[in-house]
Ligand binder design. Structure first.
Ligand SMILES: *Cc1c(COP(=O)(O)O)cnc(C)c1O
Length: 366
């Protein structure tokens, strides 16, 4: 049996007609940028997240970068980011000329460890980016409390957590603004690149919208040195179709995760911490840990099971960040995670046989 790491086939086949109609609607409208489809999706996604504003942008990296710019963060400032996240979180900080300051995660949640934030705060610190990694909300009450005490902004990186909840509230509504990605493989993905910013702050929403549209507040009137980062009509139309399915798709992810957690039983495998009554995890990826990760990887590949590593090299050891002067041993938790993690198949449309096969093969690993 073959089990790919991810497949969009079932997901898209079930809504094929609606996606085709969405495409035709945009073609017939003869409007491809900043028209009705984007405005409609923005309203729907704002309502879904329980916020006042949603602004479509080009991708998730831009979403974070534009939020930082809207908050007047830039050269000379520091922004706290987890040491274990996709590099886009840190790159957004670097792009606006500020410096990312890494804080270690908790090894069983993979999210930033609130106990370690305060000692990294300096007079240059302006914000904390709370990443909801793998679909699991970060510890927002503690992060917001620390931020309030030190007068910092909290930005959510919700690129992996569309629909996840923290104390009944959706991610995207838990900080001063949130960045989402609609990269195809995310829980809510476009058929290409896309992203958005959600916020309850009108000033941030207006500024992000202007910055992503050449700094223009109205046509040919430019108040900022902006850039071009907008959500295409065609992608917005596809996203409106897909948003209606998101809760169903997330429920299926949670069900698959439930089977993995209940049935994977191998002393060599460490399972992730699951949802509890504080937060609801939406399993963007299902990440297990194993001290003999590379051997497990070869074994699963040999058995026809697709895997990925999120992420194999921590950011502070990447060539892109040599300028931070960090070495092996400086962020041991992120390093340990990078050496032991393995993501196993997790997608809507996995058959019962495929799920059972993954569980059975992992349980037979010696
Ligand atoms: C995917 C991702 C991003 C970047 O999104 P893009 O749309 O690819 O630019 C940012 N942060 C995290 C945590 C991500 O997983």
């Amino acid at each position: 049996m073959k089990v790919p790491f991810v497949s969009f086939e079932t997901m898209h086949n079930e809504i094929r007609q609606e996606l085709d109609n969405a495409y035709k609607g945009v073609m017939d409208s003869n409007y491809f940028i900043q028209g009705q489809a984007c405005a409609k999706f923005e309203q729907e996604f704002a309502d879904y997240c329980g916020v006042k504003y949603c602004v479509g942008v080009g991708n998730g990296l831009d979403a974070l970068m534009l939020i930082l710019r809207a908050l007047y963060i830039g050269a000379g400032d520091e922004v706290i980011v987890p040491s274990n996240t996709y590099i886009a979180t840190a790159l957004a900080v670097s792009y606006i000329g500020a410096t990312p300051v890494f804080v270690e995660p908790e090894i069983d949640t993979f999210n930033i460890n609130p106990d370690l934030i305060e000692k990294k705060i300096t007079e240059k610190t302006k914000a904390i980016i709370a990443v909801h990694l793998q679909g699991r909300p970060a510890d927002m009450d503690r992060i917001n409390a620390i931020a309030e005490e030190h007068n910092l902004k909290v930005i959510e990186d919700a690129a992996q957590a569309h629909g996840a909840r923290y104390k009944c509230k959706r991610v995207g509504s838990l900080g001063c603004a949130a960045g989402f990605s609609f990269y195809p493989g995310k829980n809510l993905g476009a058929l290409g690149d896309g992203g958005c910013v959600t916020t309850n702050d009108k000033e941030i929403a207006d500024k992000v919208r202007a910055l992503g549209n050449y700094g223009s507040d109205y046509k040919y009137h430019h108040i900022y040195k902006g850039c071009n980062s907008r959500l295409d009509e065609i992608q917005a139309a596809f996203l409106s179709v897909k948003l209606k399915q998101l809760d169903k798709w997330n429920a299926e992810r949670k069900r698959i995760a439930g089977r993995y957690i209940k049935e994977i039983d191998n002393p060599l495998i460490k399972l992730p911490k699951t949802s509890d009554d504080v937060f609801e995890h939406v399993y963007h990826v299902f990440v297990i840990r194993c001290d003999e990760r590379d051997r497990l990887e070869k074994y699963l590949n040999y058995n026809g099971i697709g895997i990925l590593k999120h992420y194999p090299i921590p950011m502070h050891l990447q060539g892109a960040y040599v300028d931070l002067g960090l070495c092996e041993g400086d962020l041991p938790v992120a390093e340990e995670i990078s050496k032991t993690v393995l993501s196993i198949p997790m997608y809507y449309g996995m058959t019962e046989e495929q799920i059972s096969f993954v569980i059975e093969r992992i349980n037979c690993f010696r």
